[in-house]
Design a protein around this ligand. Structure first.
Ligand code: NDP
Length: 284
């Protein structure tokens, strides 16, 4: 059965739109885009559109490729101190002259909609209930919850250990929490016998960035497969999982597109709303 992230994201956004319409204060998310990377431009456009659909204002700041680190950090400082800005998203990747870590550290943790600031990462890892959780891992948890896919006691294998997807997901799924309590194996490019490990998974999550990497031979019949990958192949978007091959033997699978991607955007809106609520509460 397909897990429709598209449908679930729509439902989330409708509920969020209603909540936002009842807010006294307007909510604004600032997007900072450095350079002319076409996929980054497309992602920001998609996120802006989603913001406008739920009633979040967006402020897009486009900077040239040759922007210096100092200029970007100065801009972030200004956005941090601007009370009309509730959230800040700096679209990655950044040009090579800019240190991404420094950028993440400069964003005020209270405006960090991506949940990438080490302060927020620390809160998440220690299981703080009010932590801002990175959008893609949060989207995956919401998908599992919506389809009542229990994780307690299950063996979850996460392929990929990036700070934005694999590592936080593996941490969250192993926490003592609803849709946690799983036995988690995190594998990466140095893992041995990957195929065999994947085959032991009750829930297999692929976040690799390699088109159609996961094949039927790597999946246990009846398993749940979550495909985070977004790869462009000959003008088509495909996941990290060979969907048509794997679909035949699994109980649930997320398609690409239409699976995790729309949930990532919905969770960005949710995080923006949550941060704005906290800021407005501390003002009143
Ligand atoms: P990264 O490139 O940062 O990380 C990829 C991970 O996969 C690394 O840990 C790497 O291992 C591992 N890996 C690469 N090759 C292999 C291999 N042959 N065997 C085992 N592990 C391997 O990618 P991201 O986490 O940022 O993104 C992963 C995918 O998810 C991409 O396709 C991206 O576009 C997509 N994505 C989708 C989102 C959505 O909303 N659906 C949001 C964010 C990302 P190592 O650490 O050893 O190098």
């Amino acid at each position: 059965m397909d897990i429709s992230g598209k449908e679930l994201a729509k439902q989330f956004q409708e509920k969020l739109k209603e909540k936002i319409s009842r807010e006294k204060h307007s909510i604004t998310l600032a997007f900072v885009l450095v350079g002319k990377d076409p996929p980054s431009q497309a992602y920001v456009r998609m996120k802006e559109r989603a913001c406008s659909e739920v009633g979040i204002k967006s402020l897009k700041i486009e900077l040239p490729d040759e922007t210096t680190e100092f200029e970007l950090l100065e801009l972030i400082g200004n956005l941090n101190s601007d009370p009309s800005i509730n959230g800040i998203l700096v679209q990655m990747p950044l040009p090579s002259q800019i240190n991404e870590e420094k950028v993440l550290l400069t964003i005020d943790p209270d405006k960090d909609v991506d949940g990438f600031h080490p302060f927020n990462v620390g809160k998440m890892i220690t299981g703080d209930k009010h932590a801002i959780i990175p959008c893609t891992p949060l989207g995956v948890l919401k998908l599992l919850e919506a389809y009542q896919i229990e994780t307690k006691g299950k063996h979850v294998v996460v392929i990929g250990r990036s700070n934005i997807v694999g590592r936080p997901l593996a941490n969250l799924l192993s926490q003592k929490r609803a849709y946690g309590n799983a036995t988690v194996t995190l594998v990466h490019s140095h893992s041995k016998d990957l195929s065999n490990i994947c085959k032991q998974a009750d829930i297999l999550i692929a976040a690799i960035g390699k088109p159609l990497f996961v094949t039927k031979e790597m999946v246990k019949p009846g398993a749940v497969v979550i495909d985070v990958g977004i790869n462009r192949v000959n003008d088509k978007i495909v996941g990290d999982v060979n969907y048509s091959d794997v679909k035949e033997i699994v109980s649930f699978i997320t398609p690409v597109p239409g699976g995790v991607g729309p949930m990532t955007i919905a969770m960005l809106l949710e995080n923006t709303y949550l941060l704005a609520k906290e800021q407005n509460c501390s003002l009143s």
